[in-house]
Design a protein around this ligand. Sequence first.
Ligand code: ATP
Ligand code: MG
Length: 435
Amino acid sequence: PFPKFQNTLHSIAKKFYDHGFSCYVVGGAVRDHFLKKESLDIDLATNASPKEVSKIFKQTIPTGINHGTVTILYHNIPFEVTTFRTESDYTDFRRPDTVAFVQSIDEDLKRRDFTINAIAYDILHNEFYDPLGGIDAIMQQELKAIGSPQERFHEDVLRILRGIRFLSQLPNFELERNTALAMKQQAIHLTHVSKERITKELKKLLTGSRASYAIDIAYQLGITEILFPELNFYHQKIILPNQTLWQTLLTALTYTPNEALHLRIAIFLSALGENEPASESYQAIYHSAKQAEILLTRYKSSNAMKVKVSHLIRHQELILLDTWSDGDIRRWLSKVGIEHVDELLLLNKALYRACMRSVFDLDVFYQRVSLIIQANPTIQIQQLAINGSDLVAIGVPVGKQIGELLQQLLELVLEDPEFNTKTHLMQAAKFFMTT
Ligand code: ATP
Ligand code: MG
């Protein structure tokens, strides 16, 4: 079942076997095999203790020794090996404080989250071991917690969010009834989970092929209300006949590529400021960008992520079309940066489509923008034919005046690219200095 790893897996399993231990492939890789998806990382489970694993293999890294995980490097490929275990002593709805190692794979499979994640593949005997009905659940496209869903989510409430992200990643899966019910009842405890663990799941959720579907289920189960109360007003705000802001933005997400994480975040948070009183639409956009930054900070996003998302939101509106001169387009490029043009177009297209507006105008606009970009326009101060020292040489005092003057000169070049020569710019600089 794992052609790429077949020989390696066989040698690893043989080593375990020769020392009197068993070895199985478990977790996502087995699930993905039945979904006909290739898995990049393979998790292994064994009854050998972490110490024994470290003894049997030459190259090991004690990745999570307290939880029984050792990474073995075999022909330079890393494999995470986890000792069969049960989990005990759950406190505060978080991961267990201690784990107990056990001898039986059955016990180990039972402590996992969903039945689809609890199938084991016995490498040496080349057979699947599936005591919890995981294969059947995959065939039925059913996401079902193992054992008592209430207990599973109470033990580790992050499993609720893992479940939602599996709905987003896996094709056409639906929640089993009791699993959904338990999620709804336990969602309130998500406040106990660390923001880092939540964010890790949210990223996977947002880049799944059914992100909109999964987010809407999260809403129906009361999860979004707990994680993002600031989005609650999306459900009240009607923006099209019979369509809420929430529905419109979810539809917009379906028009974006799966891997475009920050684009999807930008779309989803693009209207965040619209619950504040604002007299002009640019103010609402400004509020949205600010609030998005606050939300992302709360969820420990990287600075780069915050800057990108906020930039996209700030420049979301293309006030474009035939009324724009070439100069207008160059001024716009100077403001948003050429590297963001494609994403801003994608963002607008997604929102236009969600609002059932034609994207024809956007395409026409994009063609014009592309032509202008191809002409390699001067849109940054650094591209001007003169620099700060040229200005100092004609007596401009060192300081912020230099930057202001260069900006003024750039405006001239944005309007007329032919103006970007040393002679023209020095002449203009002298003129600006005397007025
Ligand atoms: P992915 O494809 O994203 O790696 P995965 O199912 O492999 O998905 P991992 O986080 O790599 O997810 O975990 C590997 C396995 O460990 C899971 O398939 C599941 O059996 C078990 N597992 C992981 N996290 C939990 C948890 N919070 N509670 C119970 N079991 C878990
Ligand atoms: Mg995995």
